[in-house]
Design a protein around this ligand. Structure first.
Ligand code: PAF
Length: 288
């Protein structure tokens, strides 16, 4: 595995590979890698000649008072995991390398970013879209891989790519979960033992909702109420939102139909956790 920290060196390497007609798959991450990230690398390995994994904790997507300074990090373990899973290139730029001068340009994807995560974190998606646009320009990938756990992020990036004609195919990969249903997330590291146990209410309530939907329930209001009740039964979990939306446009729906996605976010201790399901599929993707 080749390790790079400077944009110019990475450019030189990738230009050489592209000259040999090698296809590049990109896996952008903020590090503290878990099985969810590794599943993206594996998928990229299957579908591209070369996989580039990036680790960069992007300050633009954190607001004042969020966990930028405490975001979990273990670059040694990340490097070993990337090597083991077969990433060809690992790019860990410094802040100075990514933003050598104050950045005056920002990519804003309207509408898609107004609700849900965007309501609690109004500047978040502009930060995500801007850094992902930069990473696309830096690495020139054919395919880029993102986890479906961040469903809204996946739709925002997909829309950005369509609107700005990036020549990259955005590929969403299934959520990977612990055996008890909790979606893998670097932020799970913030949870105490009790909070970790309580956090399973997120996936459990989504599963109950999906069971009801498959039994014939179609009312978004009733499904949201069911989830609110379930989450309220866990005193350590404070629900931020539960929304039933069209999975692609993210527009809220009154009636649950195929393609409806249920998204949820909650504060559990110091962690802000998100999860989602396809309304008719229920939770899947348990880790080994
Ligand atoms: O999902 C993440 O880890 C980040 O938002 C991303 C896509 C790497 C951009 O910083």
């Amino acid at each position: 595995m080749k390790l790079f920290s400077q944009v110019a060196d990475l450019h030189e390497c990738l230009d050489g590979l592209r000259a040999q007609k090698k296809s590049v798959g990109l896996v952008p991450t903020m590090g503290y890698l878990h099985e969810g990230h590794l599943s993206l690398v594996e998928r990229s390995n299957e579908e591209n000649d070369v996989t580039v994994t990036t680790i960069f904790v992007n300050p633009l997507q954190f607001a004042e008072g969020e966990d930028l300074a405490s975001y979990p990090s273990d670059l040694q373990s990340d490097t070993e995991l990337c090597e083991k899973i077969g990433s060809d290139v690992l790019f860990i730029p410094s802040l100075q390398d990514m933003y050598p001068e104050p950045i005056l340009t920002s990519v804003q994807v309207d509408d898609f970013t107004k609700r849900m995560e965007g309501e609690s974190r109004p500047t978040h998606f502009a930060g995500v879209a801007t850094v992902v646009a930069k990473l696309f320009n830096i690495t020139g990938p054919c395919n880029a891989y993102f986890g479906e756990k961040d469903w809204q992020q996946l739709q925002v990036i997909t829309k950005m790519v369509r609107d700005l004609s990036f020549r990259v195919c955005v590929i969403g990969c299934p959520i990977i979960r612990h055996r008890d249903g909790l979606a893998l997330s670097s932020r799970n590291a913030y949870l105490t033992t009790d909070e970790r146990q309580s956090a399973t209410v997120l996936s459990r309530s989504l599963q109950k909702a999906s069971d009801l939907i498959r039994a014939g329930e179609t009312s978004s209001v009733d499904i949201q109420k069911l989830i609110e009740r379930e989450v309220a039964s866990e005193p350590l979990v404070e629900l931020d939102y539960v929304e039933t939306v069209d999975g692609s446009s993210l527009i809220p729906v009154d009636e649950i139909v195929p393609g409806t996605r249920i998204l949820i976010a909650a504060a559990v201790g110091k962690a802000r956790l998100i999860d989602n399901i396809d309304a008719f599929t229920g939770i899947t993707g348990f880790s080994s």
